[in-house]
Design a protein around this ligand. Structure first.
Ligand code: HAM
Length: 425
């Protein structure tokens, strides 16, 4: 006999079942609205790109590239599932020569990303990002606008008291100089560092700054600060950004240790955290920053850029209020075959008036039909049997108030459509 094997999703890759989808749709719609309000349009790039794109854009010595990429070879091409959206967006921007057509391009995206990380609450191997990239504007005003609008979006989504963390990492030259300064400072203390950081020391010493290991924190005491290596133009950019944010009423914290895990950043870096009580250490809802060198590095003109991305699952956890949404507004429970025909016709009319409804066509008894009505969270039930058909009425049950009334068949569509439009049960 063939062995019965169970089928399971890949670890860290989750199904979103229909019971959860209303909350996804709500956040997706809010995000799209927030993007439209700031002149961003959606871009859809492939889920698979040439692997070297990610290596060049994100950096060879980053966790994402070194440890987390789903890479494979097909038809002699080295490919990878996208671990993030920025590299693909820049590739598309360069490939389609968008810079020749418009001075500023504002793009957003919403879709799955793939990283072979260790799964935990809010961290998955397939996860959804909502993100955006703004090409062609080097000014600190665009940094401030992005951060302020993100705060407005998070607040509309229901995140209370998000924390904005900011830092400046300077131009591409500054990053290299600072990495070397940190390396030189830590070299004599190498033995005190965590095992991971000892490896990072030669390859990418900057990453030690956002290490979580206490021994690394101790070794970093007295290390040169980023501020000490920023040039005047970098400092000016950062100062102006803070000024704009003050004017916009955005509260922020400057965090000199914020370096972020991707190598492409220049100048402004930011993270927005929230709902620590639900997310624990994985409470970074959004991460972003400037990457003024990437377009040119990938073969385009010298075009500055800034962007961000947030994890949709994390935002769902952060904003979960436990409330359930009705699947349909009206549940029709017909008793008997003629009543089923009658209910199907009535449902068609209700739907034509924009009322969502479900007809129970199973031929089940009343009790089990009403159980389904409850599980669908429907505010109204319509009961119809031979007697109601003969009398030209239907029984309308208010399933929240647990009241029942007879309404004429000729009136019921209008009455329910009106009540639902007014939001009054
Ligand atoms: P990132 O910091 O790697 O940045 O990711 C951004 C956000 O995606 C994180 O703050 C987190 O909310 C979510 N995220 C990341 N990894 C996971 C995971 N394994 N499971 C669940 N959620 C996750 C970027 O990806 C950059 N591309 C952002 C950017 C755009 N910078 C400039 N433009």
């Amino acid at each position: 006999m063939a062995e019965k094997t169970s089928v399971r999703a890949v670890k860290g890759m989750n199904d979103v079942l229909p019971g959860e989808i209303a909350r996804w749709h709500r956040l997706e719609a809010l995000f799209r609205r927030s993007m439209a309000l700031t002149g961003y349009r959606e871009v859809r790039t492939p889920f698979v790109e040439h692997k070297p794109l990610f290596v060049r854009a994100i950096g060879e010595v980053t966790d994402v590239v070194e440890k987390e990429m789903y890479a494979f070879t097909r038809h002699h091409d080295e490919l990878a599932l996208r671990p993030e959206g920025t590299a693909g967006a820049v590739r598309a921007y360069v490939e389609h020569k968008v810079a020749n057509a418009e001075p500023v391009s504002r793009w957003y995206y919403l879709g799955p990303m793939f990283r072979a990380e260790r799964p935990q609450a809010g961290r998955y191997r397939q996860f959804w990002q909502y993100g955006a990239e703004c090409f062609g504007d080097a000014g600190p005003g665009s940094d401030a606008e992005m951060i302020a609008e993100l705060c407005a979006f998070l607040s509309a989504a229901g995140v209370t008291a998000p924390r904005v963390l900011l830092n400046s990492i300077g131009g591409p030259g500054t990053r290299v100089a600072y990495t070397e300064a940190v390396r030189a400072y830590l070299e004599p203390k190498k033995a005190q560092l965590s095992e991971d950081s000892q490896k990072r020391l030669e390859k990418n010493a900057l990453r030690i700054l956002d290490s979580k290991a206490p021994e690394d924190h101790a070794a970093l005491e007295g290390a040169p600060t980023l501020e000490s290596v920023l040039d005047e133009a970098d400092k000016d950019h950062f100062k102006n950004l803070l000024g704009h944010l003050d004017a916009l009423g955005v509260t922020y914290e400057v965090d000199p240790k914020l370096v972020r895990g991707l190598d492409y950043y220049t100048r402004t870096l930011f993270e927005i955290k929230g709902a620590k009580e639900k997310l624990g250490a994985g409470d970074t809802l959004i991460g972003g920053g400037r990457y003024d060198g990437m377009v040119e590095q990938l073969g385009g003109a010298s075009v500055p850029a800034i962007g961000f991305a947030g994890g949709l699952e994390r935002l769902l956890i952060a904003t979960d209020d436990g409330e359930k949404k009705p699947v349909v507004s009206v549940f029709l429970a017909p008793m008997g075959s003629p009543a089923t025909t009658y209910a199907l016709v009535l449902a068609r009319e209700l739907r034509a008036h924009g009322v969502t409804c479900d007809v129970d066509t199973r031929g089940a008894n009343l009790k089990s039909m009403l159980r389904r009505a409850t599980s669908l969270e429907a505010p109204y039930g319509i009961l119809v049997g031979d007697a109601e058909i003969a009398a030209g009425v239907v029984e309308v049950k208010d399933l929240n108030a647990r009241t029942q009334e007879k309404i004429a068949r000729s009136e019921v569509v209008r009455v329910l459509a009106d009540r639902l439009a007014k939001g009054t049960p």
